[in-house]
Every structure is written in C-alpha cells, then in structure tokens.
Design a binder for this molecule. Structure first.
Ligand code: ZN
Length: 322
C-alpha cells in the first residue's frame, strides 16, 4: 500500500478502506466523538464504547466495532490505536500505522484539561491530520481552571443578588463538563430541555453528574440554569436572570454579539491557536493536513514556521502522496 491521505467529504487513508469522520455514509468509518457533525448511519463504525452510548438511537451506525483507548487493533495490514482526545467523553484520536509509517488523525481535540487533570497526550506520527476550528491567532484562551473559577464567582454573585445565572453551553459535552467542573463549588443545576437527553446519556455512559432537574418554568433559587446558546424561549420565561456564553467563540466579538449574552467566558472543548501549534509540535509530524474551521489560515501559519502543511478541504477531492 502506498500511504496516502485522501479527502472526499471526509478523510481516508488510501488502501485502508477506513474513513475518518466522513460526512456521508460509508462502509467502514471511524467516528471520533458523538457530536452531530460526526455521527452518520455507517454500515460499520469504529468507535469508543462511550461515543456509541452518547449517539442518539436515530443516528447510530448500523454496525460497530468498539475499541477502548490504547488497545491496538489490526485492520488488514495496518494497526489502529485510539487515544483520548480530551474533547468530550469518549472522544478519540486515531493513530494508523502501516509499514513503519504513522498517520495521526486528531478529530476534535483539547489539550489543557481543568480540575488538575493531565493534558491530553499526543502520539508521535509522520503525518498529522489536525482539526483547526480555532486556527487563527486571536483565539487564545485563558487557563481552564481560572476560567472555571471565574464562572463560579459570576454564578455566586448572581445567586446572591437573587438573579438566576444562565450558562449558554452546547448541550452535549460542554454542558456536562461544566456541571462537573462547577460541582466542586457546590452548585446545583436546572437544564433546558435540549440538554436533558444529553445529560442522561452522559450518566448512562458512565459519568455521573451532580444534582440537576429539568428547567420547567420558574427555577428554585440557588440553581444554575444551563441552556444551549441558540433559542432562549424557555430562559426568557425566567423573571430575573443573567446570561453568560461559555465558548471559544467568546474571543470573537462578532460571535459574542450574535449570541447576545451579558457575559462571556472563553472555556472551550477545542484547542486554541497555541494549543494547536503544540499538537503539531508534539506529534513531530513532517507533514500536516488541516480540517475544519480555519483550515487555510492555520496551514499558512504552519508554513510560515517552516512546516509542510496544507488544508485538506481546499478542494472537493484530492489524493496527496506522503
Ligand atoms: Zn466536537
């Protein structure tokens, strides 16, 4: 097999028949994590048990091979190993090895973890396919622990002023992780209905969450409300409330304005610009391909640093020799 990285509505390593987070249904596909943009009803999917548990029934693959972290699996002539990606429960990077060549696909990745957890490990590879959601230099996020502390202070201040604090978070992943991070400060929660199935799935997948109820009209004093950023109808029924957007997009004035929040916190489940550079450096890759978000910008920044890099989604379909 001549190792090639191929883009055709998803990444593939040619000769392996394995597609990585493809946007269309494939015979055999790796699903890096349970966010909706990655889950399709593939004939057979390779994923972690937690990712399978978090994918709603209607979007589950028709068949699957579950694989835990750090357990090598033979696929044809190649070996595949999954490594935690630190993005959400079950999220995985995929390391593909064939005849001495290693290709690392990060999926959505986050290096710095709150709560004193160790940063995400990046395996060494010759070729790296890295996400570039926040691949522009103005996306530099604060230390996650300090940000969680600032969010806790903001919530406490609102509660002490008899105002309901409302955190605007992505329903799957961000909501549950912020609940866990804030639980050490003793908060209880009320979740908007779109967050409810995600919280249940998280608990089913093995991560139990602190005390929460479903948001239903007025909320008992002292609870922190969590709701997705778009569509705040239920939140508007609260009598006195204050909202805070919890997202990497907080660093982008335009996006913050769109969500119309009273406060913003730059806590993200993706790497910021510096962390993306760190992923590239730690992988030691000689060739880098970027996918998602600011692909062209990030590839250009890497080239300026003397690294061979290009955006995979630049053209509809291309095959690149290693
Ligand atoms: Zn994601």
């Amino acid at each position: 097999m001549s190792a090639q990285v191929v883009w055709d509505r998803g990444v593939s390593i040619s000769g392996s028949r394995l597609w990585l987070d493809p946007l269309v249904v494939r015979t055999f596909a790796f699903i890096s994590h349970a966010h909706t943009d990655h889950a399709r009803r593939h004939k057979e999917a390779l994923l972690t048990p937690q990712t399978l548990a978090l994918i709603p029934e209607a979007r589950r693959p028709r068949g699957w091979r579950m694989l835990g972290y750090d357990e090598p699996m033979r696929i044809g002539q190649a070996t595949v190993t999954l490594h935690s990606a630190g993005h959400m429960l079950g999220s995985a990077q995929l390391l593909f090895e064939h005849q001495g060549t290693k290709v690392l696909y990060t999926g959505d990745i986050k290096l710095r973890q709150p709560g004193g957890m160790r940063p995400t490990h990046v395996p060494k590879a010759h070729v790296l396919v890295v996400e570039s959601t926040y691949g522009r230099p103005h996306f530099r996020f604060g230390d996650p622990d300090s940000t969680v502390e600032a969010i806790a202070r903001w919530c406490r201040l609102a509660i002490d002023s008899r105002v309901t604090p409302v955190l605007l978070c992505h329903a799957l992943g961000k909501t549950e992780e912020i609940m866990l991070a804030l639980s050490v400060y003793g908060f209880k929660f009320a979740l908007e209905k779109r967050c409810v199935p995600c919280a249940r799935a998280y608990a089913m997948a093995g991560r139990s969450l602190p005390d929460w109820v479903e948001l239903d009209g007025e909320v008992e004093a002292g609870r922190v409300v969590i709701a997705p950023p778009a569509g705040k109808d239920e939140v508007r029924r609260l009598s006195r409330y204050r909202t805070a957007l919890v997202s990497g997009w907080a660093k982008d004035a335009e996006f913050s304005r769109i969500f119309g929040a009273d406060a913003t916190f730059d806590l993200s489940d993706h790497c910021d610009f510096d962390e993306l550079l760190e992923v590239v450096e730690r992988s030691g890759a000689e060739q880098v391909y970027t996918v998602h978000g600011y692909t062209e910008d990030f590839a250009r920044h890497l080239r300026k640093r003397g690294i061979k890099a290009s955006a995979l989604e630049a053209t509809e379909q291309l095959a690149l020799a290693l």
